[in-house]
Design a protein around this ligand. Structure first.
Ligand SMILES: [Zn+2]
Length: 1090
């Protein structure tokens, strides 16, 4: 693989913030806080240094001025509890309102008008569109975790402050709809003892007039204090909300503020005392943003995000910070509403396609469908300097054999006869709509390299008055993707390939037998072999099959049709593997059916009493490979394996699982194969067109990082069923097996990504092998695999022509129909203007690329460096936007490009994923497994993998075909009385709240109380149950792997697993909550800008 390591990955910025280390268990409440966590985002309040000096505001505000807002209740709260009410169902506004108030408090009386104005616009918005019922329950800033965060200074090094109650402590499942439940969280008073008694202090310290260096942002919600702390307030947002005055002042120190750390910290007078930070002159809140990009952003939020956009504002270092907190769900729903109606026409260069979550139809008008190729950016910088400045990666996620919906099916293949497709003489680009015919049609100019090529006489056609060929509706001249018929010269060794073979290699050691696996595989194959892929006009498949079983030795089977019974041949010399029989090993299923069935009946019996626990693995792959070589064909190995191969043989492994290495510089070694044997074997497999699917059934460590090498290099798939049990996992495994056997594949192909002058494909990610820098060698390629390519500039691009990307295989895939060999082309625009770049990015694709890049980087870098590098790169992307594209505004405002407003939330999910930031309960094998899966995911899969879909079921519309609208992945969105479905493409959970109504339980499970829930859900025969089944089926049908349904009762053990997928919340392994991370990013960006 030709992937180079990015220097920036090693960015040490993590270490550059010494302050972070100051308070591990700090303000977050310390629940489950690990040391590592503290290093991460804990410090969002700002540099620790500031805190250390400051004491808490134990003294009441000096200011004599009365708080503007007469809301007594709020005063009772300790200053540290800053609060924003979550109670109000209005979400965004609820949040905003309190903030407004708080704002007002701090605002000089003279400014009231401003404040008053802000809320107004927002109100209408809010009321206008309550998106979802479920959503409605959503109240203010979601993250419970915030509430725990003391507004005041984070715990200083002196330990003065005790952490406020951890979020977890808070009522986790508050009835979604009823905000009131949130009020439970009274604020951290009890725990904050060390800190000066809050209650005694006037919360609104202050003299409003003085504080206000910062003009009140009217429209934007601003919360003083570090973060929005949702829980503490409830109820009527406006008047009651209190914002703690004192805390603000405390927070105000730190490097960022530019003030000396010592300055504001004295526990004394509240914020008021502070001299306004000069920095903020620009802050004008809403008004200042009326121009330019930020206005757009805000205005769009007003129109569409009602109820979803939660804004948090906090005062830090005397500045008002604005965090706009965007709901991914709303963005997805908006895209569906706006783009699913009309077909997406590909004719426009540089056009960003609808989101992968939107159901849309594609009309090919000359550029490739986004189902084949998605780019991170559709309007790329003209120069490499600009690209470097923005740090936006230029990459494409390519899915060459993507399955198209029936109404988008490709037209007939292009047949140029034996001479093959027309190509540019110089760069060898294939004929496509970007070739310009000239000289009356006798020549064409290449869109990639500008070279002029003669049109062969058999392809000549006259041009019409507009310069187009009169037959310009031919597929290769009018479509962005089309297929060529294979010709001999595009085949390996210039000859048409043999039909491929499928070889099944089954572990029959003790553990495989005991789990029931062997019986299941054998039983299934008896019918599954009837469904091997076949040519459209073929009566039966031409694929031949073969069978091997193994433990420490290998057993080959002769299943020749002329035999009455299968014959076994044992090879015990595994050091030098060979295939003991040539004739009768690979057979046609139809001809040998009786013998095959007999064999499949006998295998489970033959090994039923085995005591052999050791297995080999390397020789198993060698056996399959040798068999394909002997038959001179490509093919696929299906290996069913259960344990670490410790038997004496090539490729023998030892148990090297060592959790102590996690988080150290040596952690990377755990992702690397422990021996070179499999890498070398993989290369041999690729040369033969031998692809391998590996099904693992481990009960303990099996070293997935090493065993997965061959599938990864050969375009195969890896499946893992840990603690496999026949009763519960059979269905899942069989679905995966059926799909793996039946799906159409191409074998032994080479793909090349060609670009026009100016950019070049540099790095590739996915399941394949590269022996040089340009050819992607694919022993196998199926409809689920993607190849991700990163491009770099090697010259200047012109805005006029942009850049072209063409993907085409060089060598043919075996035989049609496996040989779908689309050639596709897609153009991207080029621009001199950074704003154009930021306007035409695709965040889901960016995240797909970032994840693959980061997951690859862990092979050679400590995970912490990888995380830091990724965070840093994203901060640079956003800082560059802020600096060059956004209208001037206060540094305290976080302004994100419209296209990237979800970048922080998704990026955080990548950073806290099990591969990059594992919890103690995540095994090394699981991490290696996920790493490999993600490397070939398409954009839709990576999207749901990192940000799972959470569907509320309590109000199902039984008449509608549509799935309910998802809610955000936060504990706070779960209602105790509700039932939810959560899926991430690999797992599927049905979460049942403890207060679920009896009627709902009856409908789903046929029981009357929560306590009776059986994890093995029975499907009942009632309309609700049927609807639920249909939903689950439709969700499963969208994914390439079967998802086993797990029923999770609220507060049950399993809930711990389930909560791991509530990715907007802080997790047990130290992953930051969305808001914490947003604040962290904000700080990073500010540092970059200053
Ligand atoms: Zn050319």
């Amino acid at each position: 693989m030709n992937v180079n390591q990015q220097a920036h990955m090693a960015s040490p910025y993590g270490q550059s913030h010494p302050g972070y280390q100051g308070y591990p268990q700090g303000g977050y409440g310390g629940q489950h806080m690990t040391a590592s966590y503290s290093g991460q985002y804990a410090p969002y309040n700002g540099p620790a240094s500031g805190y250390q000096q400051g004491g808490l505001p134990s003294v009441p505000p000096t200011s004599s001025q009365p708080p503007l807002i007469p809301a007594p209740p709020s005063f009772s709260q300790p200053p540290t509890n800053v609060t924003i009410s979550q109670a109000s169902p209005q979400g965004f506004y609820a949040a905003a309102l309190p903030s407004q108030q708080s704002f007002t408090m701090s605002t000089p009386p003279s400014q009231p008008p401003v404040c008053g104005t802000a809320p107004l616009p927002s109100q209408p918005l809010f009321s206008s569109g309550p998106p979802l019922p479920a959503q409605s329950s959503f109240s203010g800033p979601p993250p419970l975790s915030h509430s725990s965060f003391p507004v005041g200074p984070p715990p200083s090094s002196q330990g003065q402050i005790t952490p406020t109650p951890p979020p977890a402590i808070q009522p986790v499942f508050q009835g979604g709809p009823s905000p009131s439940s949130q009020s439970q969280f009274p604020g951290p008073p009890s725990q904050q003892p060390t800190v000066s008694p809050p209650s005694s202090q006037p919360q609104f310290p202050g003299p409003p007039t003085q504080q206000l260096p910062v003009p009140p942002p009217t429209s934007q919600p601003q919360f003083p204090g570090p973060l929005p702390q949702p829980p503490s307030m409830q109820g009527p947002p406006l008047s009651h909300q209190s914002l703690s005055g004192p805390p603000m002042s405390q927070a105000s120190q730190g490097p960022l503020s530019g003030l000396p750390a010592t300055s504001g910290m004295p526990p004394g007078p509240p914020p008021i005392a502070m001299q306004g930070p000069p920095m903020q002159p620009g802050i004008q809140g809403y008004q200042s943003q009326q121009n330019g990009e930020s206005l757009h952003y805000l205005s769009s939020s007003k129109q569409k995000w009602t109820g979803f956009l939660v804004a948090a504002l906090y005062v830090k270092y005397f500045h008002v910070e604005i965090i706009v907190w965007v709901s991914g769900i709303q963005v997805i729903e908006d895209d569906k509403a706006n783009k699913s109606g009309e077909p997406f026409s590909t004719g426009v260069r540089g056009q960003v396609p609808p989101l992968v979550t939107t159901n849309f139809l594609v009309r090919d008008q000359g550029n490739a469908s986004p189902r084949y190729i998605r780019c991170t950016a559709y309007n790329i910088p003209c120069t490499s300097d600009m690209a470097k400045q923005s740090q936006v990666p230029l990459a494409a996620v390519i899915k060459p054999l993507a399955t198209l919906p029936p109404d988008e099916a490709l037209s007939y293949p292009v047949d140029h006869g034996e001479r093959g497709p027309i190509r540019c003489n110089r760069c060898k680009a294939y004929m496509c709509p970007y070739m310009q015919f000239i000289e009356g049609g006798r020549r064409f100019q290449c869109g990639f390299c500008s070279c002029v090529t003669e049109v062969p006489p058999y392809y000549f056609q006259h041009l019409d008055h507009t310069g187009k060929r009169v037959d310009c509706d031919r597929p290769e001249l009018s479509l962005g993707s089309y297929e060529f018929l294979a010709t001999v010269e595009y085949c390996k060794n210039n000859k048409l390939p043999q039909p491929p073979a499928y070889i099944f290699l089954i572990d029959v050691s003790y553990s495989a037998m005991k789990s029931g696996l062997v019986s299941i595989v054998c039983e299934e194959l008896k019918t599954l072999l009837d469904y091997l892929p076949r040519e459209t006009n073929e009566g039966e498949s031409s694929i031949r099959v073969g069978f091997v079983t193994y433990n420490k030795v290998l057993h080959f089977y002769n299943v020749k049709s002329s035999l009455a019974q299968p014959q076994m041949m044992v090879v015990s010399d595994v050091a030098d593997m060979f295939v003991p029989l040539l004739d009768g090993f690979l057979v046609n299923v139809g001809e040998s059916r009786a013998v095959i069935n007999s064999l499949l009946d006998q295998i489970p019996e033959m090994f039923a009493d085995t005591r052999e626990t050791e297995t080999v693995f390397g020789p198993v792959i060698q056996a399959g490979l040798e068999a394909l070589k002997a038959a001179d064909c490509a093919g696929k190995l299906f290996v069913f394996h259960s344990s670490l191969p410790i038997a004496e043989a090539p490729g023998k492994l030892k148990n090297r699982e060592d959790k102590k290495l996690i988080g150290t510089d040596k952690e990377k070694s755990l992702f690397q194969p422990q021996v070179t044997f499999y890498g070398n074997l993989a290369k041999e497999c690729v040369a033969q067109g031998c692809c391998m699917d590996l099904f693992l059934f481990p009960n303990q460590y099996v070293d997935v990082a090493t065993l997965g090498i061959v599938p990864s290099f050969t375009g195969g798939s890896l499946y893992k069923y840990t603690y496999f049990q026949a009763t519960t996992d059979r269905e899942c495994f069989l679905h995966d097996l059926r799909r793996a056997v039946q799906k159409h594949m191409g074998f032994d192909a080479v793909m090349r990504v060609r670009t026009s002058t100016g950019i070049r494909a540099m790095d590739f990610y996915g399941s394949f092998y590269m022996s040089n820098t340009t050819d992607v060698e694919l022993a196998g390629l199926d409809c689920d695999k993607t190849i991700t390519v990163e491009f770099r500039h090697d010259d200047k691009l012109s805005e006029e022509t942009g850049a072209l990307i063409q993907v085409r295989r060089l060598r043919t895939l075996s035989r049609s129909p496996f040989s779908h060999s689309p050639c596709f082309v897609t153009p991207v625009s080029a621009t001199q203007c950074l704003a154009d770049l930021y306007r035409n990015c695709e965040t889901d694709t960016l995240i797909n690329f970032f994840a693959k890049h980061a997951y690859h980087s862990v092979l050679s870098n400590p995970t912490k460096n990888v995380r830091d590098g990724l965070t840093n790169q994203c901060a640079q992307i956003l800082a560059c936007y802020r600096k060059n594209c956004a209208s001037p505004s206060s540094a305290g405002q976080l302004i994100l490009p419209e296209c990237m407003k979800l970048l922080p939330v998704y990026l955080n999910c990548v950073l806290k994923s099990d591969v990059l930031h594992p919890g103690a309960d995540v095994s090394l094998d699981e991490r290696a497994y996920l790493r490999q899966l993600v490397s070939c995911m398409d954009v839709a899969e990576s999207h749901v993998f990192f940000y799972p879909r959470l569907l509320p079921l309590q109000k199902l519309d039984l008449e509608s075909e549509a799935l309910p609208v998802a809610v955000r992945d936060s504990e706070e969105r779960l209602s105790k009385g509700g039932v939810y479905l959560l899926e991430n493409g690999l797992q599927l959970f049905l979460w049942v709240g403890a207060n679920t109504q009896q009627e709902l339980l009856q409908n789903i499970f046929g029981i009357s109380s929560f306590g009776q829930i059986d994890p093995n859900m029975v499907m009942l025969n009632n309309p609700y149950s049927k609807k639920l089944r249909d939903m689950i089926k439709s969700i499963r049908d969208q994914r390439s792997r079967y998802m086993k349904l797990l029923v999770v009762k609220q507060e049950d053990k399993l809930e711990l697993i389930f909560r791991h997928f509530l990715v907007e919340d802080k997790n047990n392994s130290g992953g930051a909550s969305y808001v914490d991370f947003l604040c962290h990013m904000h700080k990073e960006i500010r540092q970059l800008l200053s």
